[in-house]
Ligand binder design. Sequence first.
Ligand code: BTN
Length: 324
Amino acid sequence: MSTAERILQHLKAGPEGWTSGERLSRELGVSRSAVWKHVRALRRDGYGIDSSPRKGYRLTGTPPWLLPSEIREGLRTRSFGRAELVYCRETDSTNTRAKALASGGAPEGTVVIAETQTGGRGRKGRTWFSPAGEGVYLSLILRPPISPVEAPKITLIAGIAAAETLLARYPGLDVHIKWPNDLLVGGKKVAGILTEISSDMDRVGFVVSGVGLNASGRRFPGEIEPIATSLALETGAPPDRAALVRGYLERYEQWYDLFLTGRARRILDRWKALSRTLGSRVAVDGPNGRITGVARGIGRDGSLLVEDGRGSVHAVFSGDVEAP
Ligand code: BTN
């Protein structure tokens, strides 16, 4: 934890709000002028901090941003979001940024978060609507020791983590996953997942796992307006985004650990329980054209198994599921 984050921790817990500069300097092992410099930097980040020569410092407000200091506070993960948490007021795409970092050697668990994206990307070259401060736009770098055929399971894990995070915060919310990567609330899309991998024939180099969540926005551009929703629209209030990020990283890490220790069956079972795709009639536009039939299952590799009208089962690795 950085010195600034430790100062914040003290200020948040300070008796009657005030914490003396002397105490901060003693407990953090830095000079009083260093404390003052950090306080000024925190103010520049948007924290309201009163100072008084006799009483010390008092926190009067936290900024509405997804700052690393807000996310890290109380984050119970081993590595996700701890190694490096890169915060951008604006970037083109957190996935693009994370891929560049991963190519430069950034470790597993590195997280990139942006307040807004100017070129947010969805699957199949689509754009992801990323208005400032209204969503969670997050990418996580993973370095699983797996072959590329196993990589689709990472998308399933991300979906499970996102769905469980929402269900933990809002029990009773009608959340489920639509294969492979959509999170729906009340049948409308609240979040999407974009998994990108860098690999050679038999080994994954890194995976960038991106999630975009519509949090507090209430309006969407015309073309997605009928199919999109946000947590604010569904629950009536804007969510605590930092708490959602923490919940997501914590659950993601738990499921990822299970994945690495070979418990793929549990992942598939959990995914099935959270999905409504299985058992329903679907039309999937895959690379070899449209397949219409009934979604029967998920292969061990994360593919969707679609049974067509003649009883043949097709494993589909990518595509869009629609009710035909
Ligand atoms: C989809 O539903 O098509 C996937 C959407 C994924 C959007 C997220 S936002 C954070 C990360 N950065 C991107 O450019 N895309 C993903």
